[in-house]
Design a protein around this ligand. Structure first.
Ligand code: LMR
Length: 330
């Protein structure tokens, strides 16, 4: 009788030992973070910071693998891949979500935000926070916004007034608002992936593009575009995005720790973005490879007048309440 009991206890202990060994030996959760920019950009540095924080705080539990420069997916494929479970984190530009929600189109409206402080205020306010969940119906969750900054216009010819853009071909991200913005000045917009922009500019297949100082610098667009108009006409920020299936499938404590690391990495990335908007602009000027065109108030107003009718066109799709909230900080 006593030996039977002993046998049972040893059996239970053995099973418990094997179970605990299996748990402690369980493979860590792998989070693939795919993006399209270089590592020395705000998003590139944010991604690397996130990886570093997770390695410090969730060692053995979660491993973040970062794939920069469209190495794993371009932005045209990354969200589909996310829904299939092939990638767990991405931060596409807010301009690339139109298949998933119409509301985020607000961020493409030309001359909507006066500066990055106005952007931050809107994003962190109630409407901005509500927009994070606008992709939920499609199986995605917006975990936060990440800044890059305001866009400039680069071109093979000087662009001072809207008429200078007439008939010219501009690469745009996959956004109907951006298409309307260029059509409003008589230009021809072409939706093309980021990875193709340099070659399109170099071969003169297109005349120009719009982007932030850090993207123009890190991808060397300034080497093949002799003019940059400092227009600050639109925003290029990102949505940090994951799939509901992945995110809600995580243990609560791990999800909370990941969100904390993500918020810290984002704050870091936002600082880099603010610095790079100044430093990369200066590096481009110092390179002497292209002329920076600064607009007078009157010239700038011509661009505003030409492009602003786009707001009305998209007001219904976006929701007027969001547009009103976005312009309030101005
Ligand atoms: C672009 O396609 O121009 C940008 O979205 C690239 C990026 O991620 O900053």
């Amino acid at each position: 009788m006593r030996s039977n009991k002993l046998l049972l206890v040893s059996l239970i202990l053995a099973v418990a030992f094997v179970a605990s060994a299996t748990v402690s030996m369980a493979a860590p959760i792998v989070m693939k973070f795919s993006h399209v920019v270089a590592e020395n950009t705000p998003k590139g540095q944010m991604a690397n910071k996130f990886k570093e924080l997770v390695a410090q705080r969730l060692a053995g539990k979660v491993v973040v693998e970062v794939f920069p420069s469209s190495q794993l997916f371009g932005d045209n494929k990354v969200l589909e891949a996310m829904l299939l479970g092939d990638v767990q984190l991405a931060a596409p530009s807010l301009s690339k979500f139109q298949k998933y929600t119409k509301s985020l189109q607000i961020f493409d409206l030309p001359f909507l935000f006066k500066d990055m402080a106005a952007v931050e205020k809107f994003q962190q306010g109630p409407e901005g926070q509500k927009l994070l969940m606008s992709v939920e119906k499609k199986g995605l969750i917006g975990l936060g916004y990440l800044h890059n900054g305001l866009k400039q216009l680069s071109a093979s010819d000087p662009l001072r007034v809207p008429a200078d853009a007439k008939g010219k071909k501009f690469r745009i991200m996959t956004s109907d608002v951006l298409a309307a913005q260029f059509k409003a000045v008589g230009a021809m917009p072409l939706k093309k992936p980021f990875s193709e922009v340099f070659t399109l500019l170099q071969t003169r297949a297109i005349d120009g593009q719009e982007n932030t100082w850090s993207n123009i610098y890190s991808k060397k667009f300034f080497e093949v575009q002799p003019y940059i108009t400092e227009s600050n006409h639109g925003l290029l920020d990102y949505l940090l995005v994951t799939s509901i299936e992945f995110w809600m499938g995580l243990p609560d404590d791990i999800r909370a720790e990941l969100k904390k690391a993500l918020d810290e990495a984002t704050a870091f990335g936002n600082k880099v973005a603010a610095q790079k908007a100044i430093e990369d602009r200066q590096k481009i000027i110092d390179s002497k490879r292209c002329t920076i065109i600064e607009l007078t108030d009157a010239e700038r107003q011509l661009w505003v007048d030409a492009m602003k009718p786009v707001w009305k066109k998209f007001e219904k799709q976006i929701g007027k309440e969001y547009i009103d909230a976005a312009v309030a900080p101005n």
